[in-house]
Design a protein around this ligand. Structure first.
Ligand SMILES: NC(=O)N[C@H]1NC(=O)NC1=O
Ligand SMILES: [Zn+2]
Ligand SMILES: [Zn+2]
Length: 506
């Protein structure tokens, strides 16, 4: 009799335990996705928490909920997630900064055709390790250049299953397609996010320069697609270098004299003669002109400010190397620092920073433009003959932060220069912010941690020795990088598979 009573009393308790256990295991299996090689994290639904999350509404202490690769909630209450702790996966990053992943609108990955210079796998691994979650590949330095639907198709084939972050493409505006609106339309229909052109020789034979007529025609086609034209704004002028010096090709100042500020100013003046068409009501309304890698912070910048003031749809970027280095400090024969337009003097660099802080320069990009070390002529040191291009992709975030600290750069500004504005330029409205509904493209980094960028530091782009930043001490360590919710880089390791998505305009 006593036994039956005991069984009777135990039964409900047993049923309760069983139902609790089955709920516990069911909810666990719901959150843990099939272990994927795309991500170092085996979860599809999780929370990222931190004391410093950079949102469009300011810096908050709280948590970001990620589900299916999308940000589904952002909450301030630090304690909220603790109540959920037993049911959901929480990654607590403590004091580390949680920021939107960087969107680099200007990188040359040189694939296909010159993958011995860089390539999609190495370039996008470097991007992931540097907190860049989206990268827009330039149409030149690969072979062939991306100037038609057929050549874009080659890019897409080369990138498929080989990219560790999301990648989009700019198409080339060149004399061959510029005056042929159906050729340009077919390139835009094929999915390039916009076009890029050069107002001076590009250094690449199958990417010839455009004149202002080409640009004007290009803008009228771009207007219909509401996509931008990115312009390398330098124009060749006759040079008279008669200043009594011997013009030693190993001296950086010799190179600087070959590309004076008047080249940038002349190109920008010429370019801005057609941008009034982009104003509201203008014949190219909907098109937009973006001036890449501004170096001259003087008259060139004044012209851009004036055009913006008149309502022209114009933006401008500069690159970390113009903000970090100055002509005076470039060692003799050190061609790692050669780029175009050239790095100018320290006074110009101050003015560039001033323009960043004032908001006159809209955004930053890497202009990662690598080559194989032989073409940098490192032992020869001839600035006039070496390849022009700086390799920086993996380090743009710590460089911006390290050199910007003395000007009082804030985390919100970094996110604006590197994520919000570039994503808008490229028309990528699902990216660029920690906000509900956006892709969970996130970088977690520790601004206060310093490191020496020496040979022992793992560098993922193809030719570390040509990087101008080698030998520098930088501040800001990337801890984790998430692309669409996949943890693609964490604790110094990459996810094994390359699961980045192609970003084609529709
Ligand atoms: N072709 C190419 O990548 N050129 C780039 N290199 C550089 O320093 N400036 C450029 O425009
Ligand atoms: Zn350029
Ligand atoms: Zn470039």
């Amino acid at each position: 009799m006593e036994r039956t009573l005991l069984q009777w009393r135990l039964l409900p308790l047993l049923a309760l335990i069983i139902s609790f256990l089955s709920f516990f295991f069911a909810s666990r299996s719901f959150q843990a996705k099939e272990v994927s090689k795309c991500s170092l994290l085996p979860h599809d639904h999780y929370w990222i928490s931190s004391k410093r999350i950079v949102t469009p509404h300011g810096l908050i202490s709280g948590s970001v909920e990620v589900k299916g690769g999308i940000i589904v909630s952002v909450v301030k209450e630090v304690d909220w997630y603790k109540k959920q702790r037993s049911r959901v996966k929480v990654i607590d990053y403590g004091e580390a900064v949680v920021m939107p992943g960087l969107v680099d609108v200007h990188a040359h990955l040189d694939d296909p055709g010159r993958s011995e210079w860089e390539g999609f796998p190495s370039g996008t691994k470097a991007a992931a390790a540097g907190g860049i979650t989206t990268l827009i590949d330039m149409p030149l330095n690969s072979c062939p250049s991306t100037v038609s639907p057929e050549t874009l198709k080659l890019k897409i084939e080369a990138a498929k299953n080989r990219i560790h972050v999301d990648v989009g493409f700019w198409g080339g505006l060149v004399p061959d397609n510029a005056l042929n609106s159906s050729a340009l339309s077919s390139l835009l229909d094929a999915g390039v996010l916009g076009l890029k052109s050069f107002m001076c020789p590009s250094g690449i034979n199958d990417f010839p320069m455009t004149n202002i007529t080409h640009i004007k025609e290009g803008l009228s086609v771009l207007a219909k697609y509401r996509r931008p034209l990115l312009v390398h704004a330098e124009i060749e002028r006759d040079l008279e270098i008669i200043d009594g010096s011997d013009n030693d090709p190993r001296s950086y100042l010799t190179y600087l004299k070959t590309r004076p500020t008047s080249w940038e100013e002349g190109a920008i003046r010429n370019l801005l003669s057609v941008t009034e068409n982009t104003r509201i009501g203008g014949s190219a309304e909907g098109a937009h002109v973006h001036i890449v890698h501004l170096s001259d912070a003087s008259y060139s910048l004044d012209l851009i400010k004036e055009a913006k003031g008149k309502g022209d749809s114009v933006t401008v970027e500069t690159c970390p190397h113009y903000l970090a280095f100055s002509a005076e400090e470039i060692p003799k024969g050190d061609t790692r620092f050669k780029c175009s337009p050239p790095i100018r003097d320290a006074a110009n660099r101050e003015k560039l920073w001033e323009a960043m802080m004032e908001g006159d320069i809209d955004m930053l990009s890497s202009d990662h433009s690598p080559t194989k070390p032989e073409l940098k002529l490192l032992s020869d040191g001839n600035f006039l003959k070496a390849w022009g291009g700086i390799s920086s992709l993996q380090f743009v975030l710590p460089v911006t932060w390290s050199y910007g600290k003395k000007y009082g750069v804030t985390l919100e500004q970094v996110a604006s220069w590197w994520s919000d504005r570039p994503s808008k330029l490229a028309g990528l409205h699902s990216k660029g912010a920690i906000e509900v509904g956006k892709h969970a493209d996130i970088v977690v980094w520790e601004p206060e941690i310093e490191f020496d960028l020496n040979e022992d530091h793992p560098i993922h782009f193809k030719h570390p020795i040509i990087s101008a930043y080698l030998g520098k001490r930088l501040s800001g360590k990337v801890v984790s990088t998430f692309v669409r919710g996949n943890l693609v880089f964490g604790e110094g390791k990459h996810a094994s598979d390359a699961c980045g998505s192609l970003l084609l305009a529709t």
